[in-house]
Design a protein around this ligand. Structure first.
Ligand code: ZN
Length: 332
């Protein structure tokens, strides 16, 4: 597979020296969906965090509905047809319906009620594994109770810049009769194209991070968001079909990625695990993970008119640099 890219140059006269300035813009096409992305020279658009998240956590904690003192009283319960206990508990993770639903089945799952403050350097395989397991149980329960809802995804808005309205760290599940735009586009990609993309990245080595067994990780060639990683879970179309071993393996990879983000100075991220209906022929579960701007007063959002209204990434962190910074952590 050829990874398509085109180098453009912007020419201008430098204001102080009067010299001709040529700025390269590396336009890349995502090999799966055809979305394009502009890789810009590094210009400090994503500064590392210097905000005191812990102090901010202490300030907003007294009102948090997901903390132990309030979670039972202030969060909704699942209908009995989905789960007789009203909530799904796995290890420390607790899952309940999203009060602000995005779909006919919309869930929130906290890593632990006690973990109001959970910086990325403290994300562990166990916390991630428990939370993913709660989401997998939710997807299975919904599909069993409402067979028309077959499109499941597991997602995260982590910290305010990512779109999270509540500080307390959590995942979000959506199980619906209709796919989101990206779920639909990915499910339409021919299976051979996923295999060809992975093979091309394995051979080039520039963005391929490694395999943890059945899950393969790479840095996106044409990212829509900064430091965007992708993972492919072969021949498992829906999160509802993840077995315990795969949940543990996925949690291991996510912990490596998120602690890597922390080392790079980032604390906010988005995650999507895009499921297709269970049993979809040869669709590999697609995972996408990306950093967002760090939280601080008057921060700059990393999402501009290009990302929001043109569906075009404009990123000043070259994917190859991200791969170098994440290093060998995914290689066993
Ligand atoms: Zn809390």
């Amino acid at each position: 597979m050829e990874l398509k890219r085109q180098l453009l140059f912007a020419e201008m006269i430098e204001p102080r020296t009067g010299e001709l300035l040529r700025t390269p813009i590396d336009v890349r096409i995502d090999p799966l969906t055809g979305h394009s992305s502009r890789i810009l020279p590094e210009r400090g658009l994503m500064p590392a965090g210097d905000f005191d998240l812990e102090a901010y956590a202490r300030e907003n904690q007294p009102r948090c509905p997901f903390c132990p003192e309030r979670i039972d009283r202030l969060t909704p319960k699942l209908p009995a047809a989905i789960h007789p206990d009203g909530r799904i508990v796995h290890g420390e993770a607790v899952l309940f319906p999203n009060l602000h639903a995005y779909s006919s089945h919309s869930s929130v799952s906290v890593y632990a009620p006690r973990l109001h403050y959970l910086p990325l350097e403290l994300m562990t395989e166990r916390l991630l594994g428990d939370n993913l397991a709660a989401q997998v149980a939710f997807a299975r329960a919904v599909i069993a109770a409402d067979p028309g809802s077959r499109w499941a995804s597991i997602n995260a808005n982590h910290m305010l810049p990512s779109g999270s309205s509540l500080f307390h760290p959590h995942l979000q599940g959506i199980v619906d009769s209709e796919p989101t735009t990206l779920q639909r586009l990915l499910a339409e990609v021919p299976a051979d194209q996923f295999a060809a993309y992975l093979e091309t990245e394995r051979r080039s080595g520039e963005r391929h991070l490694g395999s943890t067994g059945r899950v393969e990780w790479l840095v996106s060639f044409a990212p829509i968001a900064p430091a965007e990683l992708r993972a492919f879970i072969g021949e498992v179309p829906s999160p509802a079909e993840l077995d315990d071993d795969l949940i543990a393996e996925l949690a291991h990879g996510l912990a490596l990625a998120l602690t890597g983000y922390a080392e790079m100075g980032f604390q906010s991220f988005n995650l999507a695990i895009y499921g297709a209906p269970p049993g979809t022929d040869r669709y590999p579960l697609n995972l996408r993970l990306a950093c967002r701007s760090n939280l601080k007063p008057f921060y700059r959002s990393d999402s501009t008119f290009l990302e929001r209204l043109h569906w075009e990434g404009a990123i000043d962190l070259a994917p190859e640099t991200v791969a170098q910074r994440l290093g060998n952590r995914f290689r066993r």
